[in-house]
Design a protein around this ligand. Structure first.
Ligand code: GLN
Length: 535
């Protein structure tokens, strides 16, 4: 029988519910259990694909081409569970499918209501993840904060689960904030009491509380929380701020959270520690020997969540190189106005991430030119590759007006353009080239050295492509097209010779990087950046 863990959040948002869920997945997986995770998002959008990164943060892309919540990235980074389009459910999807069933006449004349029709649809989607993943434990994170109107149907569905399959098969974990009031030098439990109170009004009694806190919780505080919230004292788990998110599974393990969960489910599992994780990930993350500075030239740089996976992939690359990667966030629009040297002088590497729209593009192109000419390691991702192509076409191939048709539809030299199949598309949601595609890598290239193999699969999220009309010309001038999607002859990787590290890819390698297995493009990028530091 599959066991279900529901994770809710209270008091405020941004407490790290996604990382908490992923860490719980990790400690259970370390006990030999097959785990999967899913996220229920109460917003009405069908998926986050059309949302502004400032609203939502990064859009995480799965192998099967779903545009999903960034928490799915945490799930894949912490555990070996593979995410699919079923692992992220939104209110938009739920209503969409209930309404189309109603139009189809599937409800046989009934009045369609939140309970039971919407809640049944939610439960069906949770059970679907259990059945396709064959997981023994399904961890279901409910987005938002308890008390939000939008979240109610999801919480109600979670409540019904216990009724449907019994207490032994369902566990509720609530993540709360226990604030420290500096001037009174006191830790306050009242917000937690209120938040649990609200959950209990809905009919959910949490079995475990995970308490985010700046200060350690004394026994007395734990006892108080336990008494007022009706949760056993050992199930009041302290989640004190950590220096690296990858410490969190250890923090939980030390408080035997895995044992508490297993005994609730009456499961007996092999004992295991997290020694390898501790040694290979945590210790190396916390005590780097070297330091490099990478300029991150983007548009949404004030919001770290907007490029979550790239940020983490750089952390992973740092871990494998025993280096602390200091990310210098550069607003591409600032570079547009002035001399790139002022901002980029002294950095050990330049990274240009993905993005949409013309704003900030000229600053990205200027940064790439600076990295190319000054032999600074450069990694371009998606839009970053398209900008590298534009830069090379303009400054090396003499096509001054080279551009992407995304920015200038009537450009004289459309070096980046739309395929005919994309030109027909009118809807914005879910219509890009999405998900995993194979790529063949040419021998004797930087890409081949990096990957060490001829066939790879990477995830995509873009509409525009390199325009093959210009391939011969650019090749003649020294650009190497080292990765190709064979079925459609599309350019996936470009690179330059006579440069310590200049490579740009049409896909998003950041989605497949793991803390204990950094993506090779990032690992080698940081390695090259380290060489500039010591040259
Ligand atoms: N805007 C570009 C395109 O649609 C790049 C997309 C991206 O960087 N994810 O092709």
């Amino acid at each position: 029988m599959t066991k279900y863990i529901f994770i809710t959040g209270g008091v405020i948002s941004s407490l790290g519910k996604g990382i908490t869920s992923a860490s719980i997945g990790k400690i259970l997986e370390s006990r030999g259990l097959k785990v999967t995770l899913m996220k229920l998002d109460p917003y009405i959008n069908v998926d986050p694909g059309t949302m502004n990164p400032y609203q939502h943060g990064e859009v995480y892309v799965t192998d099967d081409g779903a545009e999903t919540d960034l928490d799915l990235g945490h799930y894949e980074r912490f555990t070996s569970a593979r995410m699919t389009r079923f692992n992220n459910v939104t209110t938009g999807q739920v209503y969409n499918s209930v309404i189309s069933k109603e139009r189809h006449g599937d409800y046989l004349g009934k009045t369609i209501q939140v309970i039971p029709h919407i809640t049944n649809e939610i439960k069906e989607r949770i059970r679907k993840v259990a059945s396709v993943s064959h997981a023994q434990i399904v961890i279901v994170e409910i987005g938002g904060t308890v008390g939000d109107i939008e979240g109610l149907p999801f919480l109600e569905a979670a409540r019904q689960f216990e009724l449907d399959i019994g207490k032994d098969n369902v566990l509720y974990i609530h993540l709360t904030l226990v604030p420290y009031i500096r001037c009174a030098d006191e830790i306050k439990t009242k917000p937690t009491q209120h938040s649990v109170g609200t959950l209990r009004e809905i009919g959910i009694q949490p079995d475990i509380l995970v308490c985010r806190t700046e200060k350690s919780l004394s026994d007395e505080v734990k006892e108080k929380i336990s008494l007022f919230c009706n949760v056993r004292k050992e199930a009041v788990i302290e989640a004190k701020d950590v220096n690296s998110i990858y410490q969190l599974p250890l923090v939980f393990k030390n408080q035997i959270l895995d044992e508490i969960i297993l005994s609730h489910f009456n499961l007996i599992c092999k004992f295991s520690d997290l020694k390898t994780w501790e040694k290979n990930v945590v210790e190396r993350a916390l005590s780097p020997k070297y330091k490099v500075t990478i300029a991150f030239v983007g548009k949404y740089i004030t919001l770290q969540d907007a490029y979550k996976s790239i940020h983490e992939a750089l952390v992973h690359a740092g871990i494998e190189n025993d280096a602390c990667v200091d990310i210098k966030r550069v607003d591409s629009e600032d570079i547009e106005k002035g001399d790139p040297k002022k901002v980029l002088q002294g950095v050990n590497g330049v990274l240009v991430p993905g993005g949409f729209g013309y704003r900030g593009i000229e600053g990205k192109i200027k940064s790439i030119k600076f990295a190319r000419e000054n032999k600074i390691p450069f990694l371009g991702l998606c839009l970053g590759m398209q900008c590298a192509v534009i830069e090379f076409s303009r400054h090396i191939c003499g096509m001054k007006e080279a551009n992407s048709t995304e920015f200038k539809p009537k450009t004289k030299y459309p070096v980046i353009s739309l395929l005919a199949e994309q030109r027909k598309i009118k809807d914005l949601g879910g219509t890009m080239r999405l998900g995993a595609y194979p790529c063949k890598i040419k021998k004797n290239t930087l890409a081949f050295n990096i990957y060490g193999k001829s066939f790879i699969k990477e995830r995509h999220r873009h509409r525009y492509e390199f325009n093959n009309i210009y391939r011969k010309l650019l090749e003649k001038k020294g650009m190497v097209f080292s990765g190709i999607y064979p079925q459609k002859n599309l350019v996936e990787i470009v690179e330059l010779k006579n440069h310590p590290y200049f490579i740009a890819v049409q896909f998003h390698p950041e989605f497949k990087s793991k803390p204990d297995n950094a993506h090779p493009l990032f690992r080698e990028f940081v390695k090259a950046a380290l060489k500039t530091e010591f040259s």
